[in-house]
Design a protein around this ligand. Structure first.
Ligand SMILES: Nc1ncnc2c1ncn2[C@@H]1O[C@H](COP(=O)(O)OP(=O)(O)OP(=O)(O)O)[C@@H](O)[C@H]1O
Ligand SMILES: [Mg+2]
Length: 263
């Protein structure tokens, strides 16, 4: 796919798809200057399932917003394929935690098509075919002509994921997309995401504060310190086959210790 091609063209080893280089992010309110993330650096390579993991308020959503192009760093740079990220772009699609990201007056099919057409990605028949393909991939073929209010929270979230994936972005940005789901649905959605990844090997940057979810979903895990978020460590996850084994327990313990350590 195009990401892999980019990597192989470079000749000398893999080139990062996304590079976060010494980034500091702040919010200016009338009374305060809040530093949400400080001196954060990491690299995401093609087909990575890269996880940002850290406690509430450590700046995960803020980092994702900046990578999405919705917020400008006060220090450092964010590069996608070597070009600086300055504004939102279909190459960096966001899927949020909230269920209500869909247009209520459009059907499932129309929601996905609309994103493709409004962004200029695809038009007409090509958009319709692409939309149907990804709606099927997330298991919603039967509901393609349904309106969002007739779907469950998990189903709506699957539509948002289909919409994000249909754009075939260079990197899919997911901000705790399963956090509001019940445990059973959450687990199903995690498995579904991994199956989709097996199919298409997309690159995903995934925010969570669940250690278990990080290990299950991720290939690489970036641990952030509490507010303001700084990089604590970067770890490899374990292969899917080792979920539930001693190596999962060991990694969970290691991450727990690092997240709760004082230094
Ligand atoms: N719009 C805003 N204006 C001012 N401060 C903000 C704004 N959004 C976030 N912050 C602050 O920035 C810090 C990081 O917030 P952020 O939402 O990135 O955390 P998070 O890691 O995503 O947390 P959670 O796990 O709870 O979603 C927090 O201290 C928060 O209060
Ligand atoms: Mg958040």
């Amino acid at each position: 796919m195009k990401n892999a091609e980019l990597a192989s063209q470079a000749g000398n080893g893999p080139v990062p798809l996304l590079e976060i280089d010494n980034v500091t992010l702040q919010y200016k309110t009338t009374e305060h200057l809040v530093t949400a993330a400080q001196d954060v650096s990491f690299k995401v390579y093609p087909a990575d399932r890269y996880i940002l993991l850290g406690p509430s308020g450590c700046g995960k959503s803020t980092l994702l917003k900046a990578i999405g192009g919705y917020m400008k760093p006060v220090q450092g740079r964010i590069l996608l394929n070597g070009g600086e990220v300055r504004e939102p772009n279909p190459e960096r699609m966001m899927v949020f935690q909230e269920f209500d990201q869909l247009l209520p007056w459009k059907t499932v099919r129309e929601n996905v098509e609309f994103a493709l057409e409004a962004s200029g990605r695809l038009q007409g028949k090509a958009a319709a075919e692409r939309a149907a393909y990804y709606i099927d991939k997330v298991g919603l073929a039967k509901f393609i002509d349904s309106y969002p209010h007739t779907l469950s929270g998990g189903m709506k979230q699957r539509v948002s994921i289909a919409r994000g994936m249909a754009m075939e972005p260079a990197v899919l940005l997911m901000d705790e997309p399963f956090a509001a789901l019940d445990a059973l649905t959450r687990r199903k959605m995690q498995d579904e995401l991994l199956r989709l990844w097996d199919d298409t090997r997309f690159t995903v940057l995934f925010v969570t504060h669940s250690i278990e979810e990080a290990i299950r979903i991720g290939t690489r895990i970036l641990l952030l310190t509490p507010h303001p978020g700084q990089v604590k460590a970067e770890l490899n996850s374990i292969p899917a086959a080792e979920m539930g084994s001693a190596s999962q327990v060991a990694l969970e313990t290691r991450i727990n210790d690092m997240l709760f350590a004082q230094h």
